[in-house]
Design a protein around this ligand. Sequence first.
Ligand SMILES: Cc1cc2nc3c(=O)[nH]c(=O)nc-3n(C[C@H](O)[C@H](O)[C@H](O)COP(=O)(O)OP(=O)(O)OC[C@H]3O[C@@H](n4cnc5c(N)ncnc54)[C@H](O)[C@@H]3O)c2cc1C
Length: 369
Amino acid sequence: MLVIGAGIIGTACADALAAEGMAVTVLEREAVGSGASAAGMGHLVVMDDNPAELALTSYSLALWRQLAAADPAPHEYSRCGTLWIAADDEEMAAARDKQVCLSAHGIACELLDAAALYAHEPQLRPGLCGGLCVDADAIVYPPKSAALLLARAQRRGAQMRNGEALAITGHGVLLAGGAELRADKVLVANGSASLQLLPELPIRPKKGHIVVTDRYPGLISHQLVELGYIKSAHAADGDSVAFNLQPRPTGQLLIGSSRQFDVTDKAVEPAILARMLAHAANFVPALAGLNALRCWTGLRAASSDGLPLIGPHPSRADVWLATGHEGLGITTSLASAQLLAAQIAGKPAQIPIAPYLPARFEQLGRHHE
Ligand SMILES: Cc1cc2nc3c(=O)[nH]c(=O)nc-3n(C[C@H](O)[C@H](O)[C@H](O)COP(=O)(O)OP(=O)(O)OC[C@H]3O[C@@H](n4cnc5c(N)ncnc54)[C@H](O)[C@@H]3O)c2cc1C
């Protein structure tokens, strides 16, 4: 199997496939974990917008606990929990719904009234309604996790190769430079760039900005996310910002995030950055006085139904997909890799695979070769 892309998805898949005893080569055009996996926040979060998302995120969180919690330091794993913030009554109702849903699936969470919210995070602005604390959510440092997964895959026999796939040939890939790299199967796991190899994919790039601050240990303890995020993150078009704040184990803070459909220029855009920071400071006023060290952007690969594509391409022989993970690819990487490896090895998967199969998109069923 030739895996195109050494982001968190490609490396997790390489590791899972090598664990099944398959011969694996990973092809990467830049550095390991340098794409969206370096740009993202590394928040490992249970999401429950639909049953398939809940199944995939909660399964993957359990796999992260096995992998990283056993030896947290190399992954910079920290179980900080998520605090979902309700700014008004409508969002408080959403917090209650979330509590009911997560509790029904055995995920521990605590509904907070306003007083309990401020006891958890005193830096939040006055006037908020409350929130929901999901204790087992965590964070990792994704580029390091990608490197660790690749290293384990290599210990299991996987090969690493630098190079860029320009096209899928039917017998492998055409490399930049003109050579063909032959492989019996190809796994397209190169995130938003998967569109360049397979333009028929139902995926759009969604650009996001992040800012990292200087070190302010103890200022914030949980990953903070506004419940209004659910509304803006699922907008089908246009630009949006949502409050998302992460305390790194170093004491630095990651401030996010923005969402812009179909923007592929990775330049930082001052206007959207200013909008994002003003929105964040509206939740935590102290942010306005902190030093920002750096800002950057990354491209999410957003599928048209919000779920990743994991499985065989329905109309290209020997082409497999692990792409379209949008804003949850760090969280869902380990489960995605297990679901892919189970399909290729012909073994039963731990959760039903149907919601993630590429064949759910009719447009992929047409012949493309
Ligand atoms: C701002 C932002 C915040 C985010 N926050 C979170 C978060 O908190 N939690 C979470 O779970 N997810 C988050 N995400 C989403 C997450 O980062 C992605 O879903 C995930 O990184 C996707 O991983 P990937 O391996 O598919 O893609 P990538 O990390 O982009 O990896 C693809 C790799 O393929 C290589 N490549 C591309 N084309 C070729 C080619 N033709 N030949 C060879 N190599 C190629 C690239 O160089 C790259 O290394 C965030 C994303 C963004 C942008």
